[in-house]
Structure formats: structure tokens, C-alpha cells
Design a protein around this ligand. Structure first.
Ligand code: F6R
Length: 601
């Protein structure tokens, strides 16, 4: 989603702001803009489309030492130059992430006060509100404090005012915002990668806090304008970790990191003994029912989690997408644990579910990648995956690390609940140790998947089928393919096809079938034969070998304990999706219309 960067200091601000915006490109955007003080006046330059368009309009040597920049992902109003940020009204110029929910009502009131609006955005309305309040109280901090009481919705603002050419102001509610310092000055940013080239030390602004930032001073106030003491945090990864490191795309780099990501995640919670699992996960024993709630790929890990926990731990699990769950009647009680899965920890719908559950006094567990993110901070329990900075919009390594966490949770609960005996536990532990090497070998086999991708990339639709956990993985494999290649793809429960969808299968329609669940294998094979008989081009992914040739292409994968199998299955399908997208010349790391962190509803 939108990105914010601001700088005030001894260095010229334009190069720093542009670097920050480029580092935030991965979040997704459709226009960009910058405002800065030049000879005590605010200058604003905006452009539709990519940051290169904006760069072409800028003088990087401009003597300016304070400015704000923004990449906009359109919500209110079209993606054009007028709606691009920054917006200026009266004395204020601002950039904004999030959504102002009461903007229509505020706009009507401000129009009555003779404000005229040029854009269709909620941001311009917020800017007019600041100006309106400031005209009355002539004090910027009081203006911002008063605005917090009026504005409804989610927001992170970077603010400058004509009357104070030395200060950058920031404000947040729900949408993330950090403040950082290097030896030359201070920054605001919506996300750590924006400032990582300059510093890895930062302060997290909390909801309803206001920051007043000059070249050599940062003061943070609460909503009553009392000074708040803030802790400085250190982001543990290097700038290199947020770069491509020789790979053609971030997605490819991140797929290749998955053996390490798996190991880091597992090693953090498991030292080879059941006692380590007991120490980290015993809080789970209190619950008799689990609701897993998330969006997109994180929802898909929930589907895998459900299959595993229900089968091996005998606990009922309900999985729902957050945008639905937040508005429905939830039949939870004090024996229910609501698990929120989120890479970013900032997804608006998932955060809303967390707050709803907390409000209903239901215990929550967050499985999150970004340390200190809103979901991580607000949940009762947190399990961090150790995926590191994920830049490609399409998640790969974070998804795999989430699967790793569900495999550990299931192993622990399954043993505790007597479904997994000591012998089976030993097998699982052995396979957990083998997995980094197996992940590595699966990735190393990429040429096999790439050759298959070369055969199918021109098709208009590609189907995925599977049963049980294989279906859960199909959902993710299908999403990966469609989001980066723009090829229509649907995942179906293999047994459900003949109730309608099979009519779409024509000669050579690619059908990717996943068949690893031994209990369901015969059934899945029958379904594969049904599509094959109708002319489908079948690509079979399996951990078993077959005498019969009921498929056209075969991807063989290592056979590991079913609790861990999904972690291996997804890898060839990530690489297949990658190659299909590459062959089609798609923008792999930044697919159209998508954003990395979906901080609006
Ligand atoms: C797809 C993808 C998205 C995210 C979803 C939730 O590749 O990345 O579907 O999984 O937007 O995001 P998080 O996990 O940050 O809550």
C-alpha cells in the first residue's frame, strides 16, 4: 500500500526522500510525489505512474533540507496526478497512509467553511481540517491533537506547515509509522526498508501519538500533548538483506532463502526435544477450539493448519478470511483461541478481527513476521516466524515459515493429546532435521519446474486440484500463479470437479494435481484420471511413484511425515508460478493492483 518518507537534517532532502520512496516501491503504488521547503516556501512535485516519472521532474541538487514524499495506492479517487500526494490546503501540506472514514461528513462541513477541494481524496479533507483548526488556535501541536479527536479511521500522516520551515510533524492511528535518526538528521517512514540504507535504529510511533521533528531533536507527545518517552529499537537485518543480492527478482531470492528461513524458524522454538515445544507452546493446552483468521496466503496457511491440527491433535479448527469474520456472528467462548496469521502484522482486516476478539475477551495468538507490528503488539500471545524482510509482494518464504510454525504446534498438541505416540514423534523429529536439506534439494531441481512452466505459460487458465491438505496447498499454489502471471487459475477439491467445473476442461487445459496424502491417494488418482480422460494436460506433484501413466508431467518430491509434507510441496509450485510469470514478461515483484501490506479495509 501507500508509502511515506520524510527527512529533516544537514543533507539535501530530495535524494534521501527519493531513495526512501524507491525502497518502498514493493508495497505497491500508482503515483508518487514530494513536497519540500525551498527558500522558506513549500514546493510540491507529483507524477502519475512510476517513481522514474517523478525523478524526471526533480532537481536533485535543490538546496532543500526538509521534505516529505509519498507513493500512493489509489483508494479514494483515480490514480492520477491530482489525487497523488502530497496535498496542500492553506498553510498545510501532508502525505497520508490509510483511510479517513468520516471524510464525506468532514468535507461537507469544510465546504460550508469555504474550503474548495481539487482532488477526490480523503487526504485533502484531512489537510483542510488541519488548516481550519490551525486558523483558530494558531498552534500546530494543538491543531494535531484536536484533529485526532475528530478524524475517524486509520491514518499515518507526514505533515509540514508554511509557518514552521524547520519542523516535520507526524501523527498516527492504526497505520504504521516510524521515526529514525542517522548522523545527518531525522526521518519518518511508513516502513523500515525506507530508512535502512541510512540507519537501523528507529522509534515506533503508537496510536494517537504526535511527533515533532527537527534536524537535531525528536519530541513525541500523546494526545494530551504530554511528552512520551520512547524506546529506540534496532532492526536486526542489514541493508543488503533488503536488496536482491544478485537475483533477478526478490521473489526468486526469497524462494532460495527458504531452507534458512525454515531452519531459523524451527530452531527458535525447538531444540530437538519435546520439552522445548512444551516450553514455547504449553499455553495452547487451555483451549478446546481454534479459529484461524487471516487474509490471502496467510489464510491458506490456516487451511493447512486446520487439516493438521484436526487430524493430529483432535481439536476442532475453524478457518476464515478476516474480511468476513470481522462482521459475522462469531461463536467463540473462553475456551476458543483466535489465531491471527499475518506476515506484515499490519493487515487492516486481520487487525480488526484481533481487536474484535479482544473486545469480546477472547484470547488471541498472533503468528507474525514483522517484529513490533500492530498485530504482534496487541495479541495476547505472539509467535514470530523468522522469515526476515520479505520484499516481493507475493509471499513465499513467510508462507513457508508459517507452515513450519503450524507443523510444530501440531506436533506438540498431537503428542500432548495422545494422537502422536513416541515412535511417531521420533519420526517427526528426524524429518524436522532433514527438512532444510530437502528444501534445498527441491529448490535445486528448479530446471524441471521451469521446463514444465515453458510448456504451459501461454494458456489462459490453469487448474489446481487436490484433496485434504493437498487441496489447501493447491489454494496457495493457484494464488501464487494468478497473482504474478495474471493467468486465471482456480483450485478445486479434486472430488468436487464433477459437480460443475469439469465442464471447463478442454483438450490440453493444464491441470496441476497434488497427490501426497496416502489415505486419499486412490481417490485423488481417480479424479486425475477423470480430467485426463477429458483431454487435460496433467502435471502431477507427488511423493509417490506410479507405474501407470495417467499424467503428462511428473514432479517428484521428497516423502516426509505428513505434518511436514506441505513445506516441500509448495516449493516447485512457487518456482513454476515464477517462471510462468517471467515467460509472460510480468512485473513479478510488484504485480499490478497489489500491495505488500494491505493497511486499508
Ligand atoms: C499473496 C500475499 C497476500 C497476503 C495477504 C495477507 O502472495 O502475499 O495474499 O498473504 O495480503 O498479508 P499479511 O500476511 O501481511 O497479513
Amino acid at each position: 500500500m501507500c508509502g511515506i518518507i520524510g527527512y529533516v537534517g544537514k543533507d539535501k532532502c530530495i535524494p534521501k526522500i527519493i531513495h526512501g520512496l524507491e525502497a518502498l516501491e514493493y508495497r505497491g503504488y500508482d503515483s508518487a510525489g514530494i513536497s519540500y521547503f525551498f527558500k522558506n516556501k513549500i514546493k510540491t512535485i507529483k507524477a502519475e505512474g512510476k517513481i522514474v516519472n517523478l525523478k524526471a521532474l526533480l532537481n536533485f541538487n535543490e538546496e532543500s533540507y526538509l521534505g516529505i514524499g509519498h507513493t500512493r495506492w489509489a483508494t479514494h479517487g483515480k490514480a492520477n496526478k491530482t489525487n497523488a500526494h502530497p496535498h496542500s490546503v492553506g498553510k498545510f501540506t501532508i502525505v497520508h497512509n490509510g483511510i479517513i472514514e468520516n471524510y464525506s461528513e468532514l468535507k461537507e462541513k469544510l465546504i460550508k467553511e469555504k474550503y474548495v477541494f481539487k482532488s477526490e481524496t480523503d487526504t485533502e479533507v484531512a489537510c483542510a481540517l488541519f488548516d481550519f483548526l490551525y486558523k483558530k488556535n494558531k498552534n500546530i501541536l494543538e491543531t494535531l491533537s484536536e484533529a485526532i479527536k475528530i478524524l475517524k479511521g486509520s491514518y499515518a500522516f507526514g505533515i509540514i506547515c508554511n509557518d514552521d520551515a524547520n519542523t516535520l510533524y507526524a501523527l498516527r492511528n492504526t497505520s504504521p509509522l516510524i521515526i529514525a535518526t542517522d548522523e545527518t538528521g531525522n526521518f519518518i517512514a511508513s516502513d523500515v526498508p525506507a530508512i535502512l540504507k541510512f540507519t537501523n535504529k528507529y522509534i515506533l510511533l503508537e496510536d494517537n501519538e504526535i511527533a515533532q521533528i527537527t534536524a537535531d531533536k525528536i519530541v513525541v507527545y500523546n494526545n494530551n500533548l504530554e511528552i512520551v518517552k520512547k524506546n529506540i529499537k534496532t532492526f536486526s537485518e542489514s541493508y543488503e538483506a533488503a536488496t536482491k543480492n544478485g537475483y533477478e527478482h526478490f521473489m526468486l531470492k526469497e524462494i532460495n532463502e527458504q531452507d534458512k528461513v525454515y531452519k531459523n524458524t524451527i530452531d527458535y522454538y525447538f531444540d530437538g526435544t519435546i520439552e522445548s515445544l512444551e516450553k514455547n507452546f504449553n499455553f495452547l493446552n487451555k483451549f478446546e477450539r481454534i479459529d484461524i483468521v487471516a487474509c490471502g496466503s496467510a489464510y491458506h496457511t490456516g487451511l493447512v493448519g486446520k487439516c493438521l491440527i484436526e487430524k493430529y491433535a483432535n481439536i476442532p479448527v475453524n478457518v476464515e478470511v478476516a474480511s468476513e469474520y470481522r462482521y459475522k456472528n462469531c461463536f467463540y467462548n473462553n475456551k476458543t483461541l483466535v489465531i491471527l496469521v499475518s506476515q506484515s502484522g499490519e493487515t487492516a482486516d486481520t487487525l480488526a478481527v484481533l481487536r474484535k476478539a479482544k473486545n469480546d475477551q477472547i484470547k488471541t495468538l498472533a503468528i507474525v513476521n514483522v517484529v513490533g507490528s500492530s498485530i504482534a503488539r496487541e495479541a495476547d500471545y505472539v509467535i514470530y516466524i523468522k522469515a526476515g524482510c520479505e520484499i516481493a509482494v507475493a509471499t513465499t518464504k513467510a508462507y513457508l515459515a508459517q507452515l513450519a510454525i503450524f507443523s510444530l504446534i501440531t506436533t506438540y498438541l498431537g503428542y500432548k493429546n495422545g494422537v502422536i505416540d513416541s515412535k511417531e514423534l521420533t519420526t517427526i523429529f528426524k524429518d524436522i532435521n532433514l527438512l532444510p536439506n530437502l528444501i534445498n534439494k527441491t529448490i535445486a531441481n528448479y530446471e524441471t519446474y521451469f521446463k514444465i512452466a515453458d510448456k504451459i505459460y501461454k494458456h489462459k487458465q490453469i487448474f489446481f486440484i487436490g484433496r485434504g491438505i493437498d487441496y489447501a496447498i493447491s489454494m496457495e499454489a493457484s494464488l501464487k500463479l494468478k497473482e504474478i502471471s495474471y493467468i486465471n487459475s482456480v483450485a478445486y477439491q479434486a472430488g468436487e470437479l464433477k459437480h460443475g467445473t469439469i465442464s471447463l476442461i478442454d483438450k490440453n487445459t493444464p491441470v496441476i494435481a497434488i497427490a501426497t496424502d496416502k489415505y486419499l491417494l486412490e481417490k485423488t488418482i481417480s479424479n486425475i484420471k477423470e480430467v485426463k480422460a477429458r483431454g487435460a494436460f496433467v502435471i502431477l506433484v507427488s511423493n509417490t511413484t506410479f507405474k501407470d501413466h495417467f499424467y503428462d508431467e511428473f514432479i517428484t518430491i521428497a516423502d516426509v511425515h505428513p505434518i511436514l509434507q506441505s513445506i516441500i510441496i509448495i516449493i516447485p509450485l512457487q518456482l513454476l508460478a515464477y517462471k510462468v510469470a517471467k515467460n509472460n514478461g510480468c512485473n513479478i515483484d510488484k504485480p499490478k493492483n497489489l500491495a505488500k501490506s494491505v493497511t486499508v479495509e
